[in-house]
Ligand binder design. Structure first.
Ligand SMILES: NC(=O)c1ccc[n+]([C@@H]2O[C@H](COP(=O)([O-])OP(=O)(O)OC[C@H]3O[C@@H](n4cnc5c(N)ncnc54)[C@H](OP(=O)(O)O)[C@@H]3O)[C@@H](O)[C@H]2O)c1
Length: 245
């Protein structure tokens, strides 16, 4: 597995396994177990996916050493305060059954409940995340779905700069300006929904390119992502697709 290096020196595998919409229980357990078996070393979950317990169980049972797995989770929208974020991160550690999380993200910058004070809510959530980072319970911290103005607001109070921004990046959604800004700030871009949550398989051009190069549509999309130096996070519950991705 090839890797990138984050701005704080932490190594991160270039391809991750997405787990959004994989129900907790047997489905998440089987999908993550298969991913680890066929060589993924990086798993992306979130408090909101409600499958942290099954993801953690699959990791524990995999036989792969904890240090050889890169595990990401995200603080959910309802936990945007110092105290709520802290409690939720403790809960994530407990559900995942791990002593540390490799990468912890703020899932969304501006949830409805905090619309009037999102800047302060993010700053306070970040302060809690920095404490876990400084205590060694989280190896890297970052954000998700942050646009440039959300990042600039966070920079006002952050002691530790975000190392990652996880955003929608797919051939139909290259987000050039935000990508350039993140690069200027030394923030790695993770590509969520790299297959357009399945939409790319119906795209005519993607199918033409797959025929032209003798590859699958998924391979074309993932190669696009890697050539852009993004970190794609394809999701699947189908063993064959998990392996081929
Ligand atoms: N931070 C955020 O706000 C955010 C938002 C969205 C996603 N994400 C992350 O990004 C991950 C990926 O995004 P996503 O879940 O939207 O979907 P995606 O990876 O873009 O696409 C998944 C869909 O493509 C299908 N698929 C996967 N590989 C395939 C292949 N080789 N051939 C044919 N079909 C294939 C899957 O089918 P089956 O599952 O039926 O096999 C599923 O329907 C998420 O799971 C999550 O970890 C984060």
């Amino acid at each position: 597995m090839e890797t990138y290096i984050l701005s704080n020196g932490v190594t991160i595998p270039k391809l991750g396994f997405g787990t959004w919409q994989i129900p907790d229980g047997d489905e998440a357990y089987q999908a993550v177990s298969h991913a680890l078996k066929v060589g993924y070393t990086h798993i992306d979950t979130a408090q909101a996916y409600k499958n942290e317990a099954s993801v953690g169980r699959a990791i524990a049972d995999s036989g792969v050493a904890r240090k050889d797995i890169f595990l990401t989770t995200k603080v959910w929208n309802s936990n945007h305060s110092y105290d709520l974020a802290k409690a939720s991160i403790e809960e994530s550690l407990q559900k995942l059954g791990v002593d540390y999380i490799d990468l912890l993200l703020i899932h969304w910058p501006n949830p409805k409940a905090f619309r009037d004070n999102w800047m302060e809510a993010n700053a306070e959530t970040w302060r809690a995340m920095e404490e876990f980072y400084e205590a060694g319970k989280v190896r890297a911290i970052g954000v998700s779905n942050f646009m440039q103005h959300h990042l600039e607001a966070l920079f006002e109070t952050a002691k530790v700069k975000p190392m990652v921004n996880q955003i929608l990046l797919a051939p139909g959604c290259p987000q050039d300006e935000l990508v350039a800004f993140c690069r200027q700030e030394d923030i790695l871009l993770e590509a969520y929904s790299p297959l357009g949550t399945g939409a790319i398989f119906k795209n005519e051009l993607a199918n033409e390119l797959a025929d032209k190069y003798g590859k699958s549509v998924a391979q074309i999309a993932l190669r696009w992502s890697l050539q852009k130096e993004f970190l794609p996070l394809p999701k699947s519950v189908t063993p064959k697709k998990i392996t081929s991705n």
